[in-house]
Design a protein around this ligand. Structure first.
Ligand code: NDP
Ligand code: 8X3
Length: 266
């Protein structure tokens, strides 16, 4: 059976690692056409090449820093130019995956740094808003298009050391819900996928390159994988146009709550 994503344009932010890179491969397997953005362009180049081998009808990439309005606007102008050609004169972005983001530090409010708070909000909250604002003119009404935001279990509960990250992911949830109201009647679908612990580069980034600390986060438990989330993103995007998957909370079986993780002894 032909996938509803075949030949459809899919834009993924934060496609250079983790969920975004895995989503590129998962959409590629459905024959989608990819627009990939992140700051590490060398990585995007490799991911786009692999996606083409995995079945992507097209795989293009461009530098994107979601924390900078000018970068988002340049990126989206490039995306529009890439989509629009003589055969298809109207931009028809089918799926926007707002995935770029992450946590910076695990410090209490009493000891955290402005720079970490600012990066957290610039990427997870303002970046999501900027990219969506710039992408909306490229999305057709009533064509089964989707905006899929990546939230977190951290948007549903709080834990010590993550005040800014939890606030940012609560913000992502609020933005998703507001957008759902704003786009009501356009046929553009809006939803959020909110994962629990998943082993990607997330913890390495949070702990500023300290891989030992990052590994401890997943010690003795079976975390989610990037492929698990990519599969979910593609499932959401491939529902029939009248179905809007609003919110999904997805956790490892070994995690029931933020701090409640089952760990096997070595
Ligand atoms: P990774 O660190 O593996 O990937 C993060 C991606 O975001 C990278 O591609 C990175 O690209 C990109 N990114 C970060 N900052 C920017 C920026 N300013 N502009 C553009 N791209 C940026 O982590 P994950 O794949 O795990 O994270 C993806 C999303 O999932 C994040 O929003 C994260 O908060 C969320 N999440 C993660 C969970 C987990 O446990 N792993 C659980 C729940 C949610 P580059 O550095 O090249 O710019
Ligand atoms: C990432 C999951 O538990 O590290 O959003 O905050 S957690």
């Amino acid at each position: 059976m032909k996938s509803p994503l075949k030949n459809q344009w899919v834009l993924i932010t934060g496609a250079s690692s983790g969920f975004g890179a895995a989503a590129a491969q998962a959409f590629a397997a459905h024959g989608a056409k990819l627009l990939l953005g992140a700051r590490r362009v060398d990585r995007l180049e490799k991911i786009a090449a692999t996606a083409k081998q995995s079945g992507a009808t097209a795989a293009h990439f461009h530098a994107l820093d979601v924390s900078q309005t000018a970068s988002v606007e340049t990126f989206m102008a490039w995306a529009k130019k890439t989509i629009v050609n003589r055969k298809s004169p109207i931009a028809n972005l089918h799926v926007l995956v707002n995935n770029a983001g992450g946590a910076h530090g695990l410090d209490t409010v009493a000891s955290a740094k402005d720079a970490d708070w600012e990066t957290t909000f610039q990427t997870n909250v303002l970046g999501l808003l900027r990219v969506t604002r710039a992408a909306l003119p490229l999305m057709l009404h009533d064509a089964g298009a989707s905006i899929i935001n990546i939230g977190s279990i951290a948007g549903h509960a709080a834990y010590a050391g993550a005040a800014a990250y939890c606030a940012a992911k609560s913000g992502e949830l609020a933005i998703t819900r507001a957008l759902r109201h704003e786009l009501f009647g356009t046929g553009i679908r809006v939803g959020t996928i909110d994962p629990g612990l998943a082993e990607t580069e997330f913890s390495n980034v949070r702990f500023k390159g300290d891989q030992k600390k990052a590994d401890e986060v997943y010690a003795g438990m079976n975390p989610l994988t990037a492929a698990d989330i990519a599969e979910t993103i593609v499932w959401v995007a491939s529902r029939p146009p009248h179905v809007n998957i609003d919110e999904i909370l997805i956790k490892p079986t070994d995690q029931t709550d933020m701090g409640k993780v089952f760990r096997r002894k070595a």
